[in-house]
Design a protein around this ligand. Sequence first.
Ligand code: ZN
Length: 407
Amino acid sequence: MRRPGGVRASAARRVLDLLRAEGTLSRVELAELTGLTAATITNTVRPLIADGLVRESGRDERPGRGQPRRLLRLAADAWHAVGIQVDRTTTTIVVLDFAGVRVAGASLPGTGGRGPEETVRALAAHVDALLDRAGVPRERVLGAALATHGPQDLERGMLLTAQPGPAWLEYPLTAALAERLGVPVLLENDASAAAFGEFWAGSPPTDTFGLIYMASGIGGGVIVDGEVYRGRASNAVEIGHVALAGGRAPCVCGGSGCAQAEAGPQAVVAKALADAGLAERLAVRGEPDGTLADFDRIARAWRAGDRDAAAMLERSARWIGRAAVTLVNLFDLDTVVLAGPAFTVTGTLYREHVAAELERRALSRALRRPQVLVSSNVDSAAAVGGALHVLRTMRIGAPRLADRGRA
Ligand SMILES: [Zn+2]
């Protein structure tokens, strides 16, 4: 059961969360699900209706339910949110309405060798075009979330790493994008956003689970009792940079033997490139910004029955499985979700091998068989999660950034 917002959330946020997750509910059902009194629900719902966020929506006339109850639902067109997931090799943009339904989306190339200024300019142009095409007026956009790799300074909206290039280190990403879009922008870790998106937009069987996110790099997220585990400053669960026993490959983080360096898409592609005949057969090109495209070619070759491609992916999947064992042992989890564009084709292969590693090595395996799932939004989980985060947490009616500048 999704526990909306945990115990800290306000009654209004819990009501909005539940309506977003369930579609329509009566006041009586809201009281049952939140544990709040009928009077509190009535008093919480009234201003939400007055503000145009919630609408009455017919009656629940199902037999055996006594007096028909008026149903409530979110006013889908009240607000919208934009989710942008970006890394070196891919970009995904989604626009969600207030009910969390996707009304527009686009898949684009990643940042490539471009600097942050040029990237922000291009992203803003794509978002503008998407909003126009979907007919969403700018004043109905609550905000945007930019989901990307860590480590990050969420408060200042900056990356604390020189990846993908030196110009990105401490560049004011959210401020620059907010200025161009005219709406507030928040920064989010892509793996955390994906975990969050899976919880609210997918159908995980539990409110406590881990998520492994694989784009051109590897990240991790953990949901505990329905909330993202953030650590001190939202740079938690960097499972791609946990060194694995027997690993030796040097990593961008300065360490060696990290899961990302041993088993990430770049490592798989490098293995293919090391054998000229194999690289040619699989059409792997080794272009600097083409890691995921190359990884995809290997994945498709595996699906077509290529045994070398299978061996490379299985090796990677076993390493990821060992990273998953660490994740599960650290957080006492029994469910791991795989998300991110690298799992779009290979999800089933990784699921099988990660599950096998967990069944062999997870310390809690005797208590409950660990389960591994592929995300229901495998390729756009971080963008969807980012947009949902905006819908759930951005203050409605707060002064808009664009207006604040003029005031
Ligand atoms: Zn590392």
